[in-house]
Design a protein around this ligand. Structure first.
Ligand code: GLA
Length: 388
């Protein structure tokens, strides 16, 4: 049994004086390209990472749920009545992701059973690697397992997104939850956020995916994120479509020429329309094994996120610029919602050993108040049961 799972089993035994019946895991994700496209019904190209949320569970004879986390203090307890009350104090707000899952599963007609849960996670919080989605998808799996029920991975992703939208109150798209629930080990995947179709594609041989956490946590992200969503929706409306997925660059420029979009809306829409095209092109690069062209598309994506979508910050731009100047780096960009968090870089295998410490060193020199973390990741499997 891997160490983290063994430690979690110990934590479960300590909290509940009994052995868990089962365990599940759900990974975080890194989006290689296709940013702020999911809620526009467009395309993304994520892969699951080797960091995850793990939950041990045991069914109870009543309708109560108890939750402990190895990274948080205290026990959160609630009954499976609906509506399930939200946290009343800041310290237990993390458990709202778990409660939200119980709520939407019940709303969807699943007959949940009371259970004891112990959780551990090593996806850094608020860093753009989908720690929330990993917690939601793992919670879904634990509740379903304890109830002896099952749902398809796609349904689990959709309900997890619903929990975040309706219970936690963050208006995210489907990218994070679908990546966590449905990823394939060793593969990136083209995600069509309209049909939810996933098409796996292997990373080119000879290159590694390097994640660099700027240490800057996203402040005020919800309001800025929602503002971007609203701007995209307003842009689509002005262009006469429901979603920007259905706009071509030609159509966009014609509308601009007719004065139908203001300068801000033009920039936002240009990013989304171009990013969809880049994402499909990047998928073709993966199929062709062309890591150099893939890297160029990553660079272009970052430039648009900085200049047109305006969701980067000094730390993200700095980390990307430093990475690009190092030997063996083929492309680099911010990943996730932006405003802080992580970058993702594509680096030639033979350069990785020098790239990782050098990126960290130069970033620390430029941003002395930040604590960066740089690590290589392979494409992990999507969520599922863990052997005990
Ligand atoms: C966050 C959201 C996703 C997606 C990305 C931006 O991670 O949760 O739904 O919109 O930002 O691509």
């Amino acid at each position: 049994m891997p160490n983290r799972t063994a430690a979690l089993v110990d934590a479960f035994r300590n909290a509940y004086q009994a052995a868990p019946s089962g365990a599940v895991r759900a990974p975080g994700r890194v989006n290689l390209i296709g940013e702020h496209t999911d809620y526009n019904h467009g395309f993304c190209l994520p892969m699951a990472i080797q960091r995850d949320v793990r939950i041990c569970w045991r069914r109870r004879d009543d309708d109560r749920v108890r939750v402990v986390s190895m990274e948080q203090q205290g026990v959160v307890e609630f009954a499976l009545t609906t509506p399930i009350p939200h946290a009343t104090d800041k310290a237990s707000r993390w458990a709202d992701y778990v409660k939200g899952c119980a709520q939407v599963l019940q709303d969807a007609g699943v007959n949940l059973k009371g259970c004891d849960l112990a959780i551990t996670g090593d996806v850094p919080l608020g860093s753009g690697l989908s720690s929330s989605a990993a917690l939601e998808v793992a919670s879904m799996l634990a509740f379903l397992a304890a109830a002896g029920a099952s749902l398809s991975n796609e349904e689990i992703a959709k309900l997890s997104q619903k929990a975040e939208n309706t219970y936690v109150g963050t208006n995210c798209g489907i990218l994070d939850q679908l990546s966590s629930a449905c990823a394939t080990e060793g593969q990136a995947m083209l995600m069509d956020c309209r049909t939810l179709r996933l098409t796996p594609a292997p990373l080119p041989s000879g290159v590694s995916v390097v994640i660099a956490d700027t240490g800057k946590r996203r402040g005020l992200v919800d309001s800025a994120y929602n503002e971007r969503r609203n701007q995209c929706e307003a842009g689509a409306k002005a262009l006469g479509v429901l979603h920007l997925r259905d706009v071509t660059m030609h159509g966009l420029w014609q509308a601009v020429a007719r004065g139908r979009l203001d300068a801000t809306a033009k920039r936002r829409c240009e990013h989304v329309v171009a990013e969809d095209g880049r994402t499909i092109a990047a998928f073709a690069c993966l199929r062709a094994g062309d890591a150099v062209a893939f890297g160029e598309l990553m660079d272009q994506s970052h430039a648009d996120l900085r200049d047109k979508f305006e969701v980067t910050c000094a730390e993200l731009d700095g980390m990307v610029a430093i990475a690009r100047a190092l030997p063996g780096c083929l492309g680099s960009r911010m990943t996730g919602a932006g405003f802080g968090g992580c970058t993702v870089s594509l680096v030639r295998d033979e350069a990785v050993a020098a790239f990782v410490p050098e990126l960290e060193k130069r970033y620390r020199a430029e941003f002395p108040t930040m604590t960066p973390a740089v690590y290589v990741t392979r494409a992990a499997a999507g969520a599922g049961a863990l052997a005990l």
